[in-house]
Write a protein that binds this ligand. Sequence first.
Ligand SMILES: *Cc1c(COP(=O)(O)O)cnc(C)c1O
Length: 395
Amino acid sequence: MKFETRAIHDGQAPDPVTGAVTVPVFQTSTFQQDAPGRHRGYEYARTGNPTRSALETALASLEGGKHALAFSSGVAATNAVFSLLKQGDHIVAGDDLYGGTYRLLERVFSKWGITTTYADGGDPESFRRAMRSSTRLVWVETPTNPLLKIVDIKAIAKESRNRNVLVAVDNTFASPFFQNPLSLGADIVVHSTTKYIAGHSDLVGGAVVVNDDEVYRELKFLQNAAGAVPGPWDAWLTLRGLKTLAVRMKAHEENALFLANFLSRHPGVKRVHYPGLKSHPGHRLAARQMSGFGGMIGLELKGSLKETDRFLSRLKLFTLAESLGGVESLVSNPARMTHASIPRQQRLARGIADTLVRLSVGIENKADLKEDLVQALSGETAARGGLPKGSPVYL
Ligand SMILES: *Cc1c(COP(=O)(O)O)cnc(C)c1O
């Protein structure tokens, strides 16, 4: 069955007891046992809950995986994957990472003797060079946050094969609709379901999807042992959200492509990072490993931080907020928001300028979104002496 159908039906059959068409919210912490130790699949809600089970079945299906586990946040899902390792183990990670993942590696797992080397996401060979005999995990994010760089999952998975190294991909930015890392050779897929999967900016959640039974058993043990599980309401909201993932992703992409094209021709814009643009260095790779380019745009404006702030304050439809992937458009300034936990020198070394702006393009009408950007940019351009002569009029 195709993605759109699986999103609505897998794990979501009508309730066998009542016939409820929508999976019920099983708001209970515990389950009756028929005799001591004899239960009907559920005993305590940290270990398992039917609403969460439905979500996990649906998530596995969307990623084309055998097993999925839901967590209370994307970071909790990431934490579970890192917890597969033991003291002395080594991780090779891409160098353009979600700030919270970097923080977890450098300030939590490093304390326990788990070290990380950062490799150039654009160069699979640099992942191979960074590997040691103690390397157990390769961690990749693609498209990356916030520069939308594209990392070659297949090439990196190939380098890791035969080395007993697990390859994990944070697939949050692409969503399972546009990219399925397991089919490209990855062992583990991680999502912040907070973003596109739930899709309405109304909850925080995470997920891990795998094929291997043994890795699944270990992760399931960790899910229960550490206990970072979503409650039934959040599981239900996530299920409700993912039913429309396909239609939303198509709309996000259409709008983002339209705005990226417009922005790349605007005189007030220095640089647009969007993998759907032919000028993007990862465009061909993205076209190969993804089925669409997603809804995120990185934007560098001309001028200083002052002009960037003016632009941000003039936007009306794009709300200044962290996060992404919801139906509404958001804008952020990674250096002072999502990536503030990365030291400035390292941020700059990774190409994250203080003036970089990240757009999460929502599914509003694209002409309205363009108009909002036009008016915000025109104030910005006017402040610097107006549009250059002969440039198209955007007002
Ligand atoms: C948001 C995000 C995370 C963390 O997820 P939370 O749900 O906020 O804990 C991890 N990776 C990426 C790419 C993200 O955007």
